[in-house]
Design a protein around this ligand. Structure first.
Ligand code: CIR
Length: 257
């Protein structure tokens, strides 16, 4: 069974962290309705959704992906690169504790889950404005005993590694070649985003389908031409907070400890 942990849209989302986007008004009510519809997609893809609460001290709470990375064998609770986001991790760690043994990234390391892309037993970790070399090194040490290979890769021009590259199924990657070095991913078949849709590289594969933002129709056509079953969601409000579809859930196989 698949579990998807999500988190409420904070009433304070308009005070979110922003790095590459200018601030624009966010409709909190609409953001909540869009988040409900996103969760419904996760249910239709086979997930049991558990939504955690959030307060107005956590503007970015809905972007739960950044707070932890869940593997079959363990969960790694991160130390987010933005100091304002570090209050988000304890409740997520508590929710994960009954499913996985918890390991924690410790200072001075920083690491955001949005910088971690798992493809089989290879774990790519973006060296970004949020994730530093110490974070990559701690992750390598935690994962090595389980047979994972951790590869640090450079990210430029975007927030996280997964703004630039995600898995869309069967080892295939969706990638923006302006924001990551395609040669870092040469071992995998790649679909590139349409050049008019630079933010289109973030897709969430769950079960037999690909959950994808409705804002990128050209890239969606490229994905469908590969035979992928694409389900679109309107995520206009969280996109203004620099979030994509992977950011709003932690999806993993249930294995109770
Ligand atoms: C932030 O800057 O941390 C949030 N406003 C957006 C985080 C998006 N998360 C992600 O891409 N994994």
């Amino acid at each position: 069974m698949l579990i998807a942990i999500t988190r409420e849209v904070s009433p304070a989302i308009e005070r979110c962290e922003l790095t590459h986007l200018a601030r624009s008004p966010i409709d909190v009510g609409l953001a909540r309705r869009q988040h409900d519809a996103y969760e419904q997609c996760l249910v239709e893809a086979g997930c049991t959704v558990r939504r955690l609460p959030a307060g107005d001290d956590m503007p970015d709470s809905v972007f739960i992906e950044d707070t932890s990375v869940v593997f079959d064998e363990l969960a790694i609770v991160t130390r987010p690169g933005a100091a304002s986001r570090r209050v988000e991790t304890p409740v997520v760690a508590e929710a994960l504790r009954k499913f996985r043994t918890i390991h924690c990234i410790e200072a001075p390391a920083t690491l955001d889950g949005g910088d971690v892309l798992v493809v089989g037993r290879t774990v790519f970790v973006g060296r970004s404005g949020r994730t530093n070399d110490a974070g990559i090194e701690q992750m390598r040490r935690m994962l090595q005993p389980f047979g994972y290979t951790t590869c640090g890769v450079d990210v430029r021009g975007c927030l996280h590694l997964k703004s630039a590259v995600t898995t869309v199924g069967d080892g295939r990657l969706l990638l923006n070649p302006e924001w990551v070095q395609p040669s870092d991913f040469a071992a995998f078949p790649v679909v590139s985003v349409d050049p008019t849709e630079p933010f289109g590289a973030n897709a969430l594969r769950v079960g037999d389908r690909l959950i994808y933002s409705a804002a990128f129709p050209q890239t969606r056509c490229r994905l469908e031409r590969c035979g992928l079953n694409v389900v679109t969601v309107d995520v206009s409000e969280t996109a203004k907070a620099e979030g994509g579809v992977t950011c709003c859930s932690l999806v993993f196989d249930q294995r109770l400890l």
